[in-house]
Design a protein. Structure first.
Length: 300
């Protein structure tokens, strides 16, 4: 058989170590051949190449990158190995844009599987490639960072990239492996449509800026309106109780609490969220129970 002919069959073999040199769990022990074979089938089935540098920072049960790997949808890269496609990374310079479509189709998408809290440990100089990109504004739908802007997990980040370049179908195909996954496309529908109409990085940044200005303005208007409504709800100001301001104070506090300035733009949309039972699949429920015992894992 000619050189490279069996390339796709060989790929999972090369990918059976994580970037830390650990063996991939799916290739061990009982059912080894079967897992490997189904992994190969899935790898060849997805329309473009997906890859990640995995730093093993996260609990494998909670980690979306590891789950994609178990499903044979993403391949691990070694430290020192570069990637030719679009790399969606916190170290990116420009943002993903529709003009990246050809690169995504030809060479694929890669992410950095690590903890948000341990980014400084990632040797960004030894990974990456020519096309390192940030994502424009999106809101996370995953149970760990639900509702928070920009802090997407790996599957959301890959899906966002695919959708921006016009492959919503591929994005959905990936997200459907997670019970909460398709919600990511629902809560970001307006943004996705807006970015998909752009062309280059700058036009995406302009659209993002216009959107953020619009939601800031809406928030101000809601605050003003709330103030006016409160005047009527207060009743007779002459009979005002001493604690009548407490509601406003509480609002201000909850707005600030726990979020830095870039996380202020929380989007509140009425779709199933982590408080709804159907939001979790079995694996997620297990993870949720574990979460109760952890200190602060919201940064994974
Ligand atoms: C920090 S890891 C967290 C992974 C998480 N533990 C999981 O289960 O998938 C998320 C990765 O997705 C990509 N990503 C997420 N949000 C991003 C953004 N706003 N800009 C660029 N890359 C982003 C990056 O590759 C980032 O390293």
């Amino acid at each position: 058989m000619g050189k490279g002919k069996n390339k796709e069959r060989d790929e999972p073999k090369r990918g059976n170590k994580t970037s830390n040199g650990h063996h991939n769990r799916t290739h061990h022990g009982k059912g080894r051949q079967e897992t490997k074979y189904s992994s190969v089938l899935r790898q060849t089935k997805f329309p473009t190449k997906l890859a990640m540098w995995d730093f093993d920072h996260c609990d494998p049960k909670r980690c979306s990158g590891k789950k994609l790997e178990r499903l044979g949808l993403i391949k691990s890269l070694r430290i020192g190995q570069k990637f030719q496609g679009i790399i969606v990374t916190p170290n990116g310079k420009g943002v993903v844009c529709p003009d990246d479509k050809e690169i995504v189709e030809q060479f694929g998408v890669a992410v950095v599987e690590c903890s948000w809290a341990r980014l400084e440990e990632v040797p960004f100089g030894k990974i990456g490639g020519k096309y390192e990109r940030l994502l424009p504004y999106f809101v996370a739908a995953n149970p760990v960072n639900y509702g928070r802007p920009m802090k997407l997990n790996c599957v959301e980040a890959v899906a966002a990239c695919l959708a921006i370049v016009g492959h919503q179908d591929w994005a959905l195909e990936l997200l459907e492996n997670f019970s909460w996954g398709p919600t990511f496309l629902d809560i970001n529908k307006e943004l996705l449509e807006m970015y998909a109409e752009c062309t280059d990085s700058q036009s995406v940044l302009d659209a993002e800026k216009a959107f953020l200005e619009m939601i800031d303005k809406e928030r101000e208007e809601r605050k003003k309106l709330k103030g006016e409504v409160d005047v009527w709800a207060m009743g007779n100001p002459n009979q005002k109780h001493n604690d009548s301001d407490s509601e406003d104070e509480e609002d201000e506090e909850s707005e600030e609490e726990g979020y830095n300035s870039e996380e202020k733009n929380i989007l509140v949309i009425d779709v199933p969220g982590p408080e709804d039972d159907e939001y979790y699949d079995d694996e997620d429920v297990e993870e949720e129970n574990e979460e109760e015992h952890s200190l602060d894992e919201s940064d994974e």
